[in-house]
Design a protein around this ligand. Sequence first.
Ligand SMILES: [Zn+2]
Length: 77
Amino acid sequence: MTIETELPAVKVKASIPAAEEITADWGERCPDFEPGCFCCQMWAMHDEITELRAIRALIPREAPVDAACGQPVDKPR
Ligand SMILES: [Zn+2]
């Protein structure tokens, strides 16, 4: 077993900066998303991960998944 498989939560936490870290490193969130702006990309990634974590917390392990994409069928969007 590798350290990656033993500590997946730590790895994700280390690779995805918290909101405070993004603000410190890249600045406040821009008023509008600019595809070429790294700050915007960091915030978009942060939003995506935060949303995924919130969704996963709501979905039981045995939740049915879509056969085509493998995503939970009750994923809100
Ligand atoms: Zn920006």
